[in-house]
Structure formats: structure tokens, C-alpha cells
Design a protein around this ligand. Structure first.
Ligand code: ATP
Ligand code: MG
Length: 556
């Protein structure tokens, strides 16, 4: 077997403790077919953390010639919606994964109910009328045992009758639960008679109003895995303490028993990855939607210009471990930049324009200059860029009185215009406030293409666009959404740490005319400015709108 796992397009997830566990299980004969599952709860959009789980679930199946199923862990109807179900499927497909079967936990509600009846009959579950608060209060602490509820010793017949009446809708929400009868003194709090069912008179997005009792995660998850014949049930580390319960239920029922393996959740600094918080950002209008390019959702990343390969490369860089850690946001950007550098088409755009007039260039004349589309890729070809007497350059590329270490354009100084000519600054004009409005230059016709025959050197190369040929575009620049590394654990609300300047909109930038037919899904390097992609709004509104995916260099 290979040491590397191929995840489409050459993305690889290295050997790790999960592959070791699976190897062990195959060798011992505990399992002979590998079946994994990705089990989202349809209560929000998928984010980059889910991408990690997806990569693990799908790559393990692929590595061992098994299958990975998609299963909706839809046991909590109050927060779940069909909108999310559809989005989840779109996002998984976008990442390039294909599930074998598609299942809904809610389709097993009857089977789960029957299993619960079986446990009651075995004297391993009982109906309890304590309120949620009372259950918490009587659970005890890490140092003191819990208190057994009096109803714990009710007869099997009574429990069966009450449970059936719970199911039939005879009791109001919150009035009763079904609890597993395990051990109120267990050192593992999860084993202290956990709740298996609660009453909720709520319609379910998939099974309608058929049920008014709904199973709890710990009870349901192992059953779902078992019913589907999952061999390895990978989940994040916070479920490690729940594994004894997962195993207890399956052992008591004596049914097919998958193996749960936990891995560290993905955390990224300056980012929140909880669906609840992401929902809040959207619903309260702090961002422009689920696909806002600042969001760590898969659709946010896509709109920002991330490709599936960049996302998977990132996950691969992070690796699979059993220890929680926080990944630097710069690593995510690195994955994007690394791929974009290989593929992006190089073009010129000016975000903060100032006029540059070449006084010795004939008025009315223009010419086309040849430019490489991508020097990193010899097959990318060349294009023609129009040049004329009046250009736009970046305002910050000129200084009337140059500072030390400023090597770009200044009076008397010669620089190269990329792909074009050497130009020497002969003067400038200002408005009544002293702001520079126009810069004047002369060009050296012999330096066509940006090279001088006499070998004289210039210290700077500027990008530019021809004023009469340039197209107007809106350009959106993004900063981090949060101002602190860990908004989740900072004092107060995570919303207190929102970066008010995370979106900068440049309403009128100038871009070279080749971008008239810019396409979605293509990365463009605006020379010296970063990697950009066409925003969805461009297609919707039929105008040019670009997002900066990432700057050229790490800002740190
Ligand atoms: P959230 O806390 O954001 O609501 P969740 O864990 O409740 O996330 P689910 O829909 O239950 O979200 O997750 C589906 C799968 O994705 C689970 O296996 C879960 O462990 C995994 N997952 C969710 N978030 C992360 C993360 N940040 N890193 C790795 N895996 C994750
Ligand atoms: Mg969950």
C-alpha cells in the first residue's frame, strides 16, 4: 500500500494514527471492508473545519478501497433546514468528493425506538420526569457522585408504557426523558445515566411530524454507524470522552459494532469555526452572507478564490493528529498563494490611479506590447497590452520629494514600465491643495519591451494601464474578520472583536482591457498587487468586480 493517499489532483494525506488503527483492524480481522461516513448536522453551512473531516473520511475510504457515505445527523429538528442539506451536498461535490450512499439518521427513528424498547426490557433504560435542570443538578461533579433518581427503579412494564406514551405525544416538551441506566457514580460524567430521548413537539425537515420524541446524539450516533455497517467512525476529539458510551450502547444491544476514532479539530487563528457563531454573523448582518469571501465557509472560500486543491493542500499541510492546536491563518493563505502562483494569469491593474503623461510620445498614437501570461507556465502564452501617451500608474509609485529608500518614480528619476519602456520623470502638476494630479515623463523609444541596449539599470519596475484603453472595475480587498487571534475565548462576546476594516471597496480601479472577458474560476495575478478572482456579483450585475484572494506576500 502506498505511503501517501491520493485525494484528487495529487493532493495527499500522509500516513497517520488513523491509518495505523485501520491497518491493525484489517490485520486482526476485526473488519474486512472499510466503510466511513461524513455525518454533518444540517444546521449550517460547511466550513474549513468540515473540510478536514471530509478529507479524512473520504481519503481513508479511498486508501482502503472502501466507501464513504454521506449521512445527515438530523436528530435535532429545531435547528435543521432543507436549505442546509442542499448546500452541504453542493459544497462536498465542489471539493471533489463523491459519497457512495446518502442516508438520513431520521430514517432510522423507528429502528432506534425499537432498540430503546429493547434496552428498557433489559432493565437498562428508564423514563425519568426530572427537568433538564434537575438532571444537571443531580449529575454530581468530577469529585462527587451523582444522585440516583427515584424513578430509576420503576418496573420495566411501567417504563415501556410511559415510553410509548411519550412517543404517542401524551406529554408536553421537557416533561420526560428516557435515560440509560448506567452508573451515577461513574468517573466519566457521560456515563451518569445519560438522556437518550427528549420530547419535542417539532416538525422535522425530513420526516415531518411523525415523531415528537427525538434521540440524543450519543444514543443515535452509534446506532446510525451500526445500521449502516460503518467500520471506522472518525470524529473530532471532543467525542473521546463519549466513546465509552458509544461502546456501551452497542455492547448492551449486542449489534454490529463500528470503531470510533477521534482526531483533533481544526482551529485557525483569527477565525471562528462554530456553526452557531457563523450563523450569527450572517443573520445579524456582520457579513454579506454565507458566501461572503471573509467567511471560513467552503462557499466563502470559493468566492474568495480558493480552489478545491488549495483547500485540500491546506488540510494536508495541517495533517492529522490527536492533539488540538491552532493553525496560523497564514498557512491557509499560503496554500492559496502557492497554487495561484503556478496558475494565475498575470495582468495589470491600477487600484489607486494617478495620471502619467509621456510628453514625447506622439499624441493619438498607440501600440500593442507583448506580455507573458504566466512566466511560471510556458504553455500560458502571451497577450498584447495597449500602450499610449496617457497611462495610469499607482499613486504610491510616485513621490514628488522621494524619501530615503524610495526607488520608484520621482522628478529626474528613470524607471521601467513593465513590458513597455524606460521613462524619466520630468515634472508633475498639483491641485490647489498641493496634491499631485498628473506626473510628466519622457520615454526612451529604444527601450521597447522594457530593456535598454546600453545596459543601463533602473531600480524599479512599475505596472500601469493605458488610460484610453483601461476598463473600470470594482475591487474588493479583504482583511481578517477578527482582530484577535482567538475570538472564541477572548473576554466578552466574539462579536466585540470583529475587524471593522475587514472589507475595503475600491469602486473605480482601472484594469487592462484583456480582463473584459475575465472568467469565474480563473485566478488573475494583478502584478505587484496580489491574486484576484472575478466575484459572483460580476456575473449577476454584468460588470467587472474582483475580489483579492490573497496578497502576493505574507503581510507578517
Ligand atoms: P459546529 O461546532 O461548527 O456546529 P459540528 O461538529 O457540530 O460543528 P457537524 O455537522 O456535527 O458539526 O460536523 C460534521 C463532521 O465534521 C463531524 O465529524 C465533526 O466532528 C466534523 N467537524 C466539525 N467541525 C470540525 C473542525 N473544526 N475540525 C475538524 N472536524 C470538524
Ligand atoms: Mg455536531
Amino acid at each position: 500500500m502506498n505511503d501517501e493517499i491520493m485525494l484528487n489532483e495529487g493532493v495527499e494525506l500522509s500516513r497517520n494514527f488513523i491509518t495505523e488503527a485501520i491497518d491493525e483492524d484489517l490485520a486482526s480481522g476485526r473488519f474486512n471492508k472499510i466503510i466511513t461516513r461524513f455525518p454533518p448536522e444540517p444546521n449550517g453551512y460547511l466550513h474549513i473545519g468540515h473540510a478536514k473531516a471530509l478529507c479524512i473520511d473520504f481519503s481513508m475510504a479511498e486508501r482502503y478501497n472502501g466507501v464513504c457515505n454521506l449521512r445527515y445527523d438530523d436528530t435535532n429538528p429545531a435547528k435543521e433546514e432543507v436549505e442546509y442539506v442542499d448546500a452541504i451536498e453542493e459544497d462536498i461535490r465542489w471539493l471533489g468528493f463523491n459519497w457512495a450512499g446518502k442516508y438520513y439518521a431520521s430514517d432510522y427513528f423507528k429502528q432506534m425506538y425499537d432498540y430503546a424498547v429493547e434496552l428498557i426490557k433489559k432493565g437498562k433504560a428508564y423514563v425519568c420526569s426530572l427537568s433538564a435542570d434537575e438532571i444537571t443538578q443531580t449529575r454530581g461533579t468530577l469529585t462527587t457522585p451523582g444522585v440516583e433518581c427515584e424513578e430509576r427503579n420503576r418496573s420495566v412494564e411501567e417504563n415501556l408504557e410511559l415510553f410509548e406514551r411519550m412517543k404517542n405525544g401524551e406529554f408536553p416538551d421537557g416533561s420526560m426523558t428516557l435515560r440509560a441506566k448506567i452508573d451515577m457514580a461513574s468517573p466519566n460524567m457521560n456515563m451518569r445515566d445519560p438522556v437518550m430521548y427528549r420530547i419535542k413537539h417539532v416538525e422535522h425537515h425530513h420526516v415531518g411530524d411523525e415523531w415528537c420524541i427525538y434521540p440524543m446524539y450519543d444514543w443515535a450516533h452509534g446506532l446510525e454507524d451500526s445500521i449502516e455497517g460503518v467500520s471506522h467512525s472518525m470524529c473530532s476529539l471532543e467525542y473521546e470522552d463519549h466513546r465509552p458510551l458509544y461502546d456501551w450502547f452497542l455492547n448492551e444491544l449486542n449489534i454490529y459494532h463500528p470503531r470510533q476514532i477521534e482526531f483533533a479539530r481544526l482551529n485557525i487563528n483569527y477565525v471562528v469555526l462554530s456553526k452557531r457563531k457563523l450563523i450569527q454573523l450572517v443573520k445579524e448582518g456582520y457579513v454579506r452572507g454565507w458566501d461572503d469571501p471573509r467567511m471560513p465557509t467552503l462557499r466563502g472560500l470559493r468566492r474568495r478564490g480558493y480552489t478545491p486543491t488549495a483547500v485540500k493542500n491546506f488540510i494536508n499541510m495541517v495533517g492529522v493528529s490527536k492533539v488540538n492546536s491552532v493553525v496560523d491563518y497564514a498557512m491557509l493563505e499560503h496554500a492559496l498563494r502557492d497554487e495561484a502562483n503556478k496558475k494565475a494569469l498575470r495582468v495589470m491593474a491600477v487600484l489607486d490611479p494617478i495620471k502619467l503623461v509621456i510628453d514625447n510620445y506622439p499624441e493619438g498614437k498607440f501600440e500593442y506590447l507583448e506580455a507573458d501570461n504566466n512566466p511560471e507556465d510556458e504553455n500560458a502564452g502571451k497577450r498584447e497590452v495597449p500602450f499610449s501617451r496617457e497611462l495610469y500608474i499607482e499613486r504610491e509609485d510616485f513621490m514628488a520629494v522621494p524619501e530615503k529608500k524610495f526607488f520608484r518614480l520621482a522628478p529626474g528619476r528613470e524607471v521601467r514600465l513593465k513590458h513597455a519602456y524606460y521613462v524619466t520623470c520630468t515634472g508633475y502638476e498639483t491641485d490647489e491643495n498641493g496634491n499631485v494630479t498628473v506626473v510628466h515623463c519622457n520615454y526612451d523609444p529604444a527601450s521597447r519591451g522594457g530593456w535598454s541596449e546600453d545596459g543601463r539599470k533602473v531600480k524599479a519596475t512599475l505596472h500601469w494601464v493605458s488610460a484610453q484603453h483601461a476598463l473600470e472595475a470594482e475591487v474588493r480587498l479583504y482583511g481578517r474578520l477578527f482582530t484577535v487571534e482567538n475570538p472564541d475565548s477572548a473576554e466578552g462576546s466574539f462579536l466585540d472583536y470583529l475587524n471593522k476594516d475587514s472589507l475595503e471597496i475600491i469602486e473605480k480601479a482601472y484594469v487592462e482591457p484583456s480582463l473584459a472577458d475575465a472568467k469565474q474560476g480563473v485566478s488573475y495575478q494583478f502584478l505587484r498587487l496580489g491574486y484576484f478572482c472575478l466575484d459572483d456579483d460580476a456575473v449577476k450585475e454584468n460588470r467587472l468586480v474582483f475580489n483579492r484572494s490573497v496578497a502576493l506576500k505574507d503581510s507578517k
